[in-house]
Design a protein around this ligand. Sequence first.
Ligand code: FMN
Length: 450
Amino acid sequence: MYCIRKVTNDLLWIGGNDRQTPKFEAAHPVPRGMSYNSYLLLDEKTVLFDTVDRAVQTQFFENLEQALHGRKLDYVFVHHMEPDHAATLGDLMIRYPEARIVCNGKSVNMIRQFHCADPNHAILVNEGDTISTGRHTFTFANAPMVHWPEVMVSYDSTDKILFSADAFGTFGALNGVLFADELDFDRDWLDEARRYYTNIVGKYGPQVAALLKKAAGLDIQMICPLHGPVWRKDLGYILDKYSKWAAYEPEEQGVLIAFASIYGGTETAAAILACRLSELGIRTEMYDVSVTHYSYVLSDCFKYSHIVFASPTFNNGIFDPMEHLLRDLLHHNLQNRKVALIQNGSWAPASGKLMTQVLCEMKNMELLQEPITLKSALAPGQEKELEELAQVLAASVKGEASTPVQEPAADKPKGFVCKICGFIYESDTLPPDFVCPICRRPASDFEPVT
Ligand SMILES: Cc1cc2nc3c(=O)[nH]c(=O)nc-3n(C[C@H](O)[C@H](O)[C@H](O)COP(=O)(O)O)c2cc1C
């Protein structure tokens, strides 16, 4: 049986919700499920905006058939070839062979790779190209690395709708709700939207910023993402979140304590520090990184301005769950945070030095003081060190002067950023004949990284 919602008078949501698969892309737990959005426009021509994940294909094909109501499918706009949106494209091409796929050149290659098939009569579109479907006119813009290289978005200049691919998506199934204004997004959905953004797209802040710059030049009244609710009101709210996330700016002035502990010594120190911070009126969150999935901790590392990492030494290294978190933060480009460390070891504590080394590989991570060292457990009198650390953190959170003992961040990256797609060429000079490997724009479209 079909399950459809109306987006506008001639646009339908025909996607599906998966509430059974425990992990999105085999990595991220999705306890509230996942929506795979697909939209169908019933203009003079019919247009399908992306397909769906295999998990919801039965529902999707029933929806599509019902929504078309005997009409021919004219176009399929492929914004993103990742299989959570394009897994059913191969089946679609067999069921609706007359439909013309509209995509960019990179997507055609991926269609061949994923589906071992050449799309019949594909219409290749480039940046700024337009297609009219009758009442509606669509303009295409590339959004490379948001979060795959072939990603593009389309803008319906008639109804002022941005079809934004993965941008503005979120974890979580749509349980009857379609629009963000039908729910309390800030209270119930923001954390999952942040966890989706930071884990899936967080690495590509400059590319997201480039897309936001393009979007700023458009009159957008509605955003239709490929996951999560549609935005038709208060768009500034989600655009503001995105510009903060893309710039690696914290949303909350407060402290996140991420600790790992085998026997409890490090955990006790982390708990005492959290008490002192709370007494000083500092918003504090804490996670045991051995217990809480790293995707949640990573998300909160993007949220908070200050982070304390506390870990035992393990075989002369960092305890594995903490090492995994730190590497994950590095790979997701987390930057611009103020940090403190607690290390523990029963004979040769080394995790402090090793955690510092990982932080040194990240950009603009400011270590507020030398690591606190525990030898197995807090020694009598060491509560004082935690109290002092709480004061240093509190002063920094409140923006009071504090002198960093160390500046571990490497030099800021030198280079040139493509104004069109956000690609960064890391070098002191940019060759005059340089061409962007992502969007093929010339050197004149690059500007120095600031
Ligand atoms: C497998 C294993 C390897 C360890 N390796 C080291 C080490 O290389 N150096 C060290 O000083 N302590 C090492 N330790 C000891 C712990 O780091 C130490 O007991 C620490 O206090 C544990 O903190 P916790 O109470 O928060 O779990 C190791 C412990 C385990 C279980």
